[in-house]
Structure formats: structure tokens, C-alpha cells
Write a protein that binds this ligand. Sequence first.
Ligand SMILES: [Zn+2]
Length: 424
Amino acid sequence: MRLLFLLLAILPLALAAPKSAVARYAVRYDNFRIYSLFIDNGGQMEELKKISQEISVHFLNELAGPGNSYNVIVGPLLHKYVESKLEYLEIVYKVIVDDLQKLLDKSAVDKDTEMEWESYHTLDTIYDWVDKECAAHDYLECKVIGQSYEGRDIKSIRLSKREGNKAILLEGNIHAMEWISSATVTFLLNQLINSEDPEMQRLSEEYDWIVVPMVNPDGFVYTHEVERLWRKNRRPNGASNSSGLCYGIDMNRNFDYHWGGAGWNIDEPCDHWFGGDEPNTESEILALQSFVSSFDDGYIRSYMAFHAYGQYVLLPYGHSNTEFPPNYEQMKRIAAAFSDAASEPYGSAFTYGASGLLNYVVSGAAKDWAYGVKKIPFTCTVELRDKGTFGFFLPSNQITEVGVEVTAGLKALVNKAAEEGIFD
Ligand SMILES: [Zn+2]
């Protein structure tokens, strides 16, 4: 399955260099469309893969089989060609974004602001905020757990106000382009530190919280400075294609639990979903794994990885849709509590269940490693807003709403998990 998702280096780079504060990226997407395609059968799937090899289009979802919708970015010179191909193949499609650059411009990044949750921020602003909170509160223990491939710090914060608490770990931004992830994780941390809501204060008192807000700092910086749509880390992975060297590993495909047993595209180094030649190869996830392993067994009782998008609480396992964890029913009840509560503020519905069932079968995710290897009894991937309207490019004016609904969900999740004996 050779899928070349290299976007178009040629077209965007040929356009004018950014001049205004709004035009921030080296790569621009003026008049690029996003098409949503529904792939009905295996024949269409095969043809779609051929198209992706012939021309430069950028799929936003893994091509995991028929019966699914896929979003694909197409440059202005290729609209007509792609539409006529789709019509010939009788693939149902619609244009969901007419000008991607306009959408990206709504994800405002203000490089001068202090940390708040109405715009997206650079790595420096996020880390400066973390450092400031750490300096201000004795109950926060902050440390650098390792370095990325390009040498950036991976920071962690542990909040502990009481001896003997059990811990909940929140993981952010392992996928570079999913900015809402670190925005939400820092929102939650800020609530735990600074909220005056008595329920939040209680959770901050009765549980320890371990937060790694930015697992992929290199990729994140790259999405700010060069290519908004980058997903992986930035280590040259040894392969190359017509655009040059291929970079990066999809780090949420690199964890070693039933690694490589199932999944799509994991052997294509230039794909956005390349899981590595073998598991546990990336310095970022090795740092995260040894950090998790540095705590006593049984201390971390819940591991939550935040991603975008689709509004799911994905439970183990990813590697199978016929094998389920021993306490799967219990995890579903806990996820249901999150889902019910998270829908209250604004009506956002979160679907929950095993990722191999709800999403597709794929191995190497953090939540499966945390459950299967580290024996943490409740683990999940939370796919945040939305359900496809903006997808990976959620406008910054939704950050606070996402934070509010996830806070509501998290409170209910922790209480339900306590009732179920997860923290005993
Ligand atoms: Zn993700």
C-alpha cells in the first residue's frame, strides 16, 4: 500500500511568502479544498489509493478500509481532475472546506500573549506558563522527563497535595497538528491549580495529577513555523521519496503492545501514520515510558491521552476488534459517565468503546501500552471536538468550550472510576 501524502510542496511554496501577522506559515493553503469522500467498497478503495500515488493530495485520515468517510486536501489546480475522477468512480463526495487557508487563519496564534485559553499558543508560551505555575505552588513538582530528537525539553508537572493519593495521568499533543490537545490538557491543569469550584478543588486534593502537556515538541514547533498539518515527530526516518527525505514517526503507533500485529500503512515511512520499523524507537516516547515506569506500580490508576478529532472516548484495545480487556465493561461504564457529563454544557456527544471497534484496528497507541504493559486499570484516548466540521483545525474560539465540557466529563469520570474501585 504505497500512499504518498506529501503535500504539495510545489504549489504552496510557490505562493507569496507570509507578510502579515495572519499569514504565519511557510506553507500556505489558499484555495485548497477539503473533500469528504465516502468509500463504499473495496474497488473504490483501491482506486483511491492509486489516485493518492499519482497526484499530490493529502489525506487527513488513515485509509483503513471501505465503509468509511475520508477527508482529503486538494490544491486548486487539481479540483477539476479529482472531481471528475471521483464522479467516474461513483464515489460520493462533498466539499466541506472551500478555502483551507481561511480556516487556518481562524486558529489564531498570538505570539505576544500570556497563556489563556482563547487562542492557541507557541511552545514557549505554554512552557513559560508551566514554569510560572511550578514556581508559584509548592505542591507542584515539575521536571524535564527527556528531550525530543531536536533537543527540546519534554516537561512534566505532578500535582500532589496529599500523601497516599493515587494518580491520574494526562498526556497531550503526541500528534503535532492537534493543537486542541495541549490547549485542553493545560486548561484542565489550570482548573486543578486555580479553580474555585469546590468539586475541582476536591479532585485536586484527593488525587495526584501527572501532566505531560507536550509529548511532541519538535512536531508542534514545526506546525507553527512550517507546516500546520504535520502529525509525526521530526526524526529523519531513513526513507525518501520524490520530495526528498522523509521525516518522523507517528508516535501513537510506536508503543510496544501487540505492535505491528495489525493496522494500516505502518510500513510506509513517508506516510503520516508510519509507526516505525520497530516499536519503542523514538526518544520522546521512551522518555514518556520511562517517566511512567519511574512511579511505583499501582500508583497511576488512569491514563488519558488527548487527541483530535471526532468526539470519542476510545478504550483498549486497538489491535483487535474481537478481543477485549478483562474489565472492558467497567471501563465502558466509566467512559459513559464522561460522555454523559461532557454533553451537558453544550450538547457535544462523545461516543465510547474499544478503539478497534469504533475507529479501526491499529496497534501501537499509548493507551494500549498503558493498559496492557503498565497494567493501569483505566486508560483511554479522548478524541476532542469536533465531528468533522473543522476537524483538525478547530477555531481558537472553541478552546474554552472544549475545556469546560471536558472538565465536566473528567469530574464525572473520576467519580465513577472511584465508585468502580479503580483507585482502591
Ligand atoms: Zn491524534
